[in-house]
Design a protein around this ligand. Structure first.
Ligand code: FE2
Length: 131
């Protein structure tokens, strides 16, 4: 049976512009509020046009040794140059980058997913340790 996970592509974000880059500390204290930044285009810029853009990034956390994952956030990027004058004539373009804060009380893995409107689903992961 086909699985939704089969739809996701992954690669080295330094070489592939669609892979979300996860930036945060490698280790945090339990209950410490820390910042995580997830973005695209850190090394190779992804287009941001009406015809070709990143629609959303989602972030999940899966604690080590647990069965289930937890959604951290769902971040939509909804402006890509649209206007009544036509494609790429609008005054605003959302950059596919998000910064948020969270705390965890067990080590695990952060997962980021990004959706390009014409190149589909991409993923990345970063382990994070609670001291
Ligand atoms: Fe793309």
């Amino acid at each position: 049976m086909e699985k939704v996970g089969d739809l996701f592509k992954s690669s080295d974000w330094r070489k592939e512009k669609h892979v979300p880059v996860i930036e945060c500390l490698d280790e945090v204290d339990s209950e410490e509020i820390f910042t995580i930044k997830v973005s695209l285009g850190k090394e190779i810029v992804h287009p941001n046009t009406t015809e070709h853009h990143i629609r959303w990034i989602q972030v999940f956390f899966k604690p080590n040794g647990e069965e289930f994952s937890y959604q951290v956030g769902n971040f939509e990027f909804t402006a890509h140059g649209e206007s009544t004058k036509g494609a790429n004539t609008g005054p605003v373009y959302t950059n596919p980058s998000v910064t948020t804060e969270l705390k965890i009380n067990i080590s695990g893995t952060l997962y980021a997913m990004a959706y390009c409107n014409i190149h589909g689903l991409w993923e990345n992961a970063k382990p994070i340790k609670v001291k």
